[in-house]
Design a protein. Structure first.
Length: 105
C-alpha cells in the first residue's frame, strides 16, 4: 500500500486509515533493537488481513471507500478512549504539580 501511495496509484489518506505513527516503547525487548534507542514506526491500526480481504472483495472505488470509512468509524471511538486517558493523566499530573508548587511557597 505504501508503494501504491508513493507511486500515486492510491490517495495519501489511505495510509492514515491503515497505520498510525508509533514508537518503540510498546515493543517487546526482543523487537526493540540492540541499542535500545527510541525509534518511530508505522503500527497497524487494525487487522490488516481482514481489511485487505474486504478491499479485495470490493467491486469498485465506491465500495472500497465505504470499507475504509466504516473502518475509520470503528477505529475512532478506540482512538478517542486512548486520547481521553492521555488527557486524564495530563490533568492529574498538572494537579500534582500545582499542589507541589503551592505547598513549596
Amino acid at each position: 500500500m505504501a508503494y501504491a501511495v508513493s507511486a500515486g496509484a492510491a490517495p495519501r489518506g489511505v495510509l492514515g486509515q491503515i497505520y498510525e505513527l508509533a514508537d518503540s516503547r510498546d515493543l517487546p525487548a526482543e523487537a526493540a533493537g540492540e541499542d535500545g534507542g527510541l525509534f518511530y514506526r508505522m503500527r497497524p491500526v487494525h487487522r490488516l488481513r481482514e481489511l485487505v480481504a474486504m478491499l479485495l472483495a470490493c467491486r469498485n472505488a465506491r465500495d472500497r471507500l465505504a470499507v475504509l470509512l466504516e473502518q475509520r468509524n470503528v477505529d475512532l471511538p478506540h482512538a478517542l478512549e486512548e486520547r481521553q486517558a492521555d488527557l486524564d493523566a495530563a490533568r492529574a499530573a498538572d494537579r500534582d504539580l500545582s499542589r507541589a508548587l503551592n505547598q513549596g511557597t
